[in-house]
Design a binder for this molecule. Structure first.
Ligand SMILES: [Zn+2]
Length: 239
């Protein structure tokens, strides 16, 4: 008993000193792979070698300066007229043809989108969501193997990632990750704001349903812009 009493504070200290995420990467990956399969069943991959290459080149440059450079990032263009982009915990980053159409050849806007999605994967937001929402259910998956319950969890996670996003705190964290990654690549500090500023007028247009899903899964664009601007002023712009 005395030993347990001694152990508990030590364990708490150990946990607080470590990453807040305890989900093994293997589980994050397997559930993520199931989510990716489910996304591709709903939205067909779009074959465009030139865009694909462009996306991969830029995506890999960004991933290389993230906190998780060695993870296996994959980039998918999927057919959908809606403007959307999202990241899956197995390292898959999806952008819709609707988003590419809206962005056009704007390199900075696309870099901002990719850097935000890379931030979700590099900061392991998928794993964090799994552990906070599933708790002991996830723990049993880890202990007893990847059975039906894990497949069900993957299904739930697909709709969450595609429709609800990762929640306010993680979305804003991904936004500041984007600022850091793009600054490390030598882009001007406010580059990641390019995309956010371009969707601001669409947010005000209540009738524009093409971007509805993206807006619903992220905090209000004005709040994101202000948060990023404050971060840049505080950490990146020298007085
Ligand atoms: Zn996001």
């Amino acid at each position: 008993m005395a030993r347990i009493k001694l152990l508990l504070p030590a364990l708490a200290l150990l946990l607080s000193g470590c990453s807040r995420i305890w989900v093994p990467e293997k589980i994050e990956n397997r559930i993520g792979e199931a989510v990716t399969r489910s996304v591709l069943a709903q939205m067909p991959a779009h074959a465009d070698p030139a865009w694909q290459q462009y996306l991969e080149d830029m995506g890999r440059k960004i991933a290389a300066v993230s906190e998780r450079p060695a993870y296996h990032y994959r980039y998918y263009i999927v057919e959908s007229s809606t403007v959307n982009a999202f990241a899956v915990p197995d390292g898959s980053i999806f952008v819709t043809t609707g988003l590419l159409k809206m962005i056009g050849q704007d390199q900075l806007a696309l870099a901002g989108v990719l850097a935000h999605e890379t931030g979700h994967i590099a900061r392991r937001h998928g794993a964090e969501t799994l552990q906070s929402e599933l708790g002991f259910g996830l723990l049993s998956t880890i202990i007893f193997g990847f059975g039906n319950s894990a497949a069900k969890q993957a299904g739930n996670m697909t709709s969450q990632i595609m429709g609800l996003g990762y929640g306010r705190e993680m979305e804003l964290e991904a936004d500041v990750c984007a600022v850091r990654y793009l600054a490390r690549l030598g882009y001007p500090p406010d580059s990641s704001l390019k995309f956010l500023r371009s969707i601001l007028p669409l947010e005000k247009d209540q009738h524009d349903i093409t971007i509805e899903k993206y807006l619903r899964s992220h905090p209000p664009t004005t709040e994101r812009i202000q948060y990023v601007e404050a971060y840049i002023r505080r950490y990146l712009v020298k007085p």
